[in-house]
Design a protein around this ligand. Structure first.
Ligand code: GLU
Length: 434
């Protein structure tokens, strides 16, 4: 081989891209090592129980038929029915669905809920479709999944680019597939429904409120006050908006926002409700919000601030930007926003991270309340929902914080250890069939 060809070979050698699954597996393995997890249980938890892939046709508004690919991955149900969202996004694939399902298993376990973990979605850019096309896509996807979901088996919920409207279509379609006498008894097949269709008052803000509470509890433990603290948020959807709303109420100042269309900054402060109202008249986008300057997409996380809240997609904080982040606290509103390499750099620099499975667990806790409400034929009031959420979040936060202090590990490892140990206990008590 000549030197020239050797060089060509080297230059074209593929560098493996780190997927979300690599990330969650590294997080899992380091926690499993810390608790000395039984090797048999490690084997079980390292893989998913079921993976459903469906290709289904839908008629578009112009009469053409398009084929869509949807996923539902059921990771583990040792503690109860599979639970987790459905997202509509071009990045949805089997790797993402597996990783996100696994994170749900740890999240529901840590929160002390009687659920396992699942996740799914459709590989689609929903902004390219009309409302009636999205309705038909959702209904057809639900029909394709109908034998694999159910109120006591696998309970989807909203996630990236899906909403209470999406959940209403799923509930309606799923109920139509059941025998007449069972129909209405099945509305808890999904959570995050609109409040006129079995939804829970407050479920819309539950995730953002939980992120806010996590930040508040962290501030209390660190004897600091949220008043005057600055924060940036990636994503101004349900999570990003509500966490900003509650932080502003406590006197914190929003100084930067990024959404799918662009990034804006104003170090003097961005009024949360004004920005929210602006997005309503600006096709849902924050771009060109008055009195803000546009920020380069790749510099967003390096903006001056005290608190950084990634509340959009995974793999946003990596070795490329972790060393330049100015925030002292990262509160993970999204699932998997910080990868293992990014986290290592942040921890070495003394930056605290409230991990996703704790920080954004208000959403699934709210879902649990909705599920109980439907199952028991009750209607809960907003104030009781918020009070119950507060209590649940505080319990989880304290457990993780204390474990992290007592064991000398970071908060993510602490959260994973607590979550995995609860599942390990279930396996040890029940044994493995046959
Ligand atoms: N999609 C949300 C999450 O990632 C909520 C899941 C649920 O409520 O089941 O936690």
């Amino acid at each position: 081989m000549t030197i020239a060809t050797a060089n060509i070979k080297k230059a074209t050698k593929k560098v493996p891209v780190r997927g979300m699954m690599d990330n969650v597996m590294e997080q899992f393995n380091s926690a499993a090592d810390h608790i000395n997890l039984h090797p048999n249980i490690r084997k079980i938890l390292s893989i998913t129980n079921n993976e459903i892939l469906v290709n289904f046709p839908v008629k578009m508004d112009n009469g053409d038929v398009e084929i869509f690919t949807g996923y539902r991955v059921q990771h583990n149900n040792a503690l109860g029915p599979y639970k987790g969202g459905l997202r509509y996004h071009p990045t949805v694939d089997i790797d993402a669905a597996r990783a996100l399902a696994m994170w749900m298993t740890w999240k529901t376990s840590l929160a002390g809920l009687p659920y396992g973990g699942g996740k799914g979605g459709i590989k689609i850019d929903p902004s390219k479709y009309s409302q009636s096309e999205l309705e038909r896509i959702t209904r057809r996807f639900t029909f394709a999944l109908a034998d694999n979901i159910g109120p006591e088996h696998d309970i989807p919920a909203p996630d990236v680019n899906t909403s209470s409207q999406t959940m209403a279509w799923i509930a309606d379609t799923y109920m139509s597939t059941r025998p007449p006498a069972e129909r209405t008894a099945n509305q808890h097949v999904v959570t995050g429904k609109p409040d006129g269709s079995g939804g829970l008052e407050g479920r819309d803000r539950a995730t953002g409120y939980g992120v806010y509470l996590s930040i508040k509890f962290w501030a209390e433990k660190n004897e600091t006050n949220l008043k005057g603290k600055t924060f940036i948020v990636q994503g101004f959807g349900n999570v990003g908006y509500w966490v900003s709303h509650f932080l502003e109420r406590d006197g914190a100042i929003l100084v930067g926002v990024q959404d799918a269309f662009g990034s804006v900054e104003n170090q003097k402060g961005i009024k949360v409700e004004d920005l929210f109202n602006y997005t309503r008249i600006n096709d849902g986008s924050i771009v060109d919000f008055p009195d803000t300057k546009a920020v380069d997409k790749n510099k967003f996380f390096t903006l001056d601030c005290d608190i950084c809240i990634p509340a959009a997609l995974g793999n946003q904080i990596t070795k490329e930007n972790a060393s330049k982040i100015k925030a002292k606290l990262i509160a993970e509103g999204a699932n998997g926003p910080t990868n293992v390499e990014g986290e290592k750099i942040l921890l070495e620099r003394g930056v605290s991270i409230i991990p996703d499975i704790l920080c954004n667990s208000g959403g699934v806790v709210g879902s649990y309340f909705e599920w109980l409400q439907n199952r028991n034929g009750e209607i809960w009031q907003l104030d009781e929902v918020m009070a119950k959420l507060d209590k649940k979040m505080k319990e989880s936060f304290n457990k993780v914080f204390d474990y992290s202090k007592n064991e000398g590990v970071d908060m993510r490892t602490a959260a994973f250890c607590i979550a995995i140990q609860r599942i390990e206990k279930a396996y040890i008590q029940r044994g493995i069939f046959p």
